[in-house]
Design a protein around this ligand. Structure first.
Ligand code: URA
Length: 444
């Protein structure tokens, strides 16, 4: 088989065969295909797309390029959740203990953040002593006893994706629906769950900027799941501004704990209920999302979700009193406020610019080796739709030094737009599963 012919076929919009796709993935993994040919192939896919059978085979080949995780020791339906990545997205920290408190076992493997999207592992490592590397024996013991454990990916999960993602990152080929779908789903298939709730973010703070693209990505991932024997629920949610108020690791941990106490920001709390209710329904813990939502609300009201979080932190080496004593968390050396340059209504908070500002403040990283300052980030005091006066604080800025605070302040100021009236979108924009796609949540 010849890689040049495969690239040419994709260039000319012809379908490539299963054999050719497996040959390509094999060559990516064993190093026999050089980076320039892999990159040319990726660009051809980025421009010309892939058919559903092509995407499905690519995903399967990537999933089988490394180890797979065996979750058969957990009874019942294993449900995973995944977000396509967004600014201020700390959903797992709330949804995992809520779902566990409602009886669903949550065996989660998560990654670190890169660029504007933060990673759950980084957020948890802001908690002093918290261990994200667990032995398999510990992982299983915690899930069996407490229904919750979370670890970084220790196994060699989908190494083909690691190689392809690194090349996509430097060749302008990240925003390709077939490549994103195969990348996400290859890792999900290798991680062994029966059912997956995918939160596809849509808006300025997400990879998918338009609703059409976000829905298409969700549909592709549902189709890949079905072809590979997994049930996938794709929800498309709004990310036209950062999620909640906190952006930055320790700040997001605090906001997650506040949410578990029933005192979280409205938009973030709503998203947690949406994702949690699909998870409980997928895991057969509730008959429908309405019943699931009531169960989740009860877990907040009776304190059982917060108690699960405390147990989770204690199991993994952190101090459970963190839920009452936020002083345990790292804090930034410099704190200041971003003041509104004018009076008016906040009409937009650009997610990508907010994410870039967070990287400048050292709350996120641009390359894998960058060091994070856990205390850094922002607390947004005004969100879309809020009326502000000139000189009113829009956000608190936390940074390790004055220079990064200056630069982050400048970038964050650029994220805000003002006007007379703002369009406020609902959190749940669309939902798709094997039965269809719905744009109004009452349709289901
Ligand atoms: N998340 C992934 O894991 N892969 C992508 O390509 C994009 C987001």
């Amino acid at each position: 088989m010849n890689i040049v012919e495969i690239i040419e076929k994709k260039r000319d919009r012809r379908e490539i065969s299963e054999e050719e796709i497996r040959f390509f993935v094999g060559g990516v993994c064993d190093g026999s295909i050089p980076d320039y040919q892999i990159s040319a192939f990726l660009m051809a896919v980025c421009i010309n797309g892939m058919t559903d059978p092509e995407i499905s085979v690519l995903t399967d080949a990537m999933a089988k390029s490394g180890d797979s995780v065996d979750l058969s020791y957990i009874d019942g339906i294993k449900v995973d959740k995944h977000s396509s990545g967004g600014v201020g997205d700390k959903t797992t920290l709330v949804v995992a203990p809520m779902a566990a408190a409602c009886g669903l076992p949550v065996a989660k493997m998560s990654g670190r953040g890169l660029g504007f999207s933060g990673g759950t592992i980084d957020k948890l490592e802001a908690i002093p002593g918290f261990r994200t590397s667990l032995s398999e024996e510990e992982f299983i013991r915690f899930i069996k006893r407490d229904k919750i454990a979370l670890m970084g990916q220790t196994k060699n999960v989908a190494p083909a994706d690691k190689k392809l993602y690194a090349l996509r990152d430097v060749t302008g080929t990240v925003p390709s629906i077939p490549l994103i779908a195969a990348s996400i789903m290859s890792k999900k298939l290798a991680c062994g769950s029966d059912s997956i709730v995918l939160d596809v973010k849509c808006g300025s703070g997400a990879f998918m900027k338009s609703l059409d693209d976000a829905v298409l990505l969700a549909q592709k991932m549902v189709a890949i799941g079905e072809r590979n024997g997994r049930r996938v629920y794709g929800i498309v949610t709004d990310m036209n501004q950062p999620l909640g108020s906190a952006v930055g690791n320790a700040l997001e941990v605090k906001e997650a704990i506040d949410t578990l106490k029933g005192k979280g920001p409205e938009d973030f709390t709503e998203l947690c209920y949406i994702i949690g209710s699909f998870m409980l329904t997928a895991g057969a813990k509730a008959k429908d999302t309405r019943e699931a939502r009531e169960m989740l609300k009860a877990s907040i009201a009776d304190g059982s979700a917060l108690e699960k979080f405390r147990r989770f932190v204690e199991n993994q080496g952190g101090d459970p009193s963190i839920t009452e004593n936020y002083g345990i968390l790292p804090s930034a050396a410099v704190k200041r406020e971003l003041l509104s340059p004018c009076g008016g209504v906040v009409t937009a908070i650009d997610g990508e610019k907010t994410g870039a500002a967070a990287v400048i403040a050292k709350a996120g990283r641009l390359s894998k080796t960058d060091k994070i300052d856990f205390g850094s980030g922002f607390v947004l005091l005004s969100k879309i739709g809020d009326r502000v006066e000139k000189g009113q604080p829009l956000a608190e800025i936390y940074a390790p030094d004055e220079k990064s605070a200056d630069e982050a302040e400048k970038m964050l100021a650029e994220a805000y737009s003002f006007g007379e009236k703002a369009e406020i979108k609902p959190m749940l924009l669309a939902y798709t599963d094997r039965e269809g796609t719905y744009f109004d949540k009452n349709e289901r």
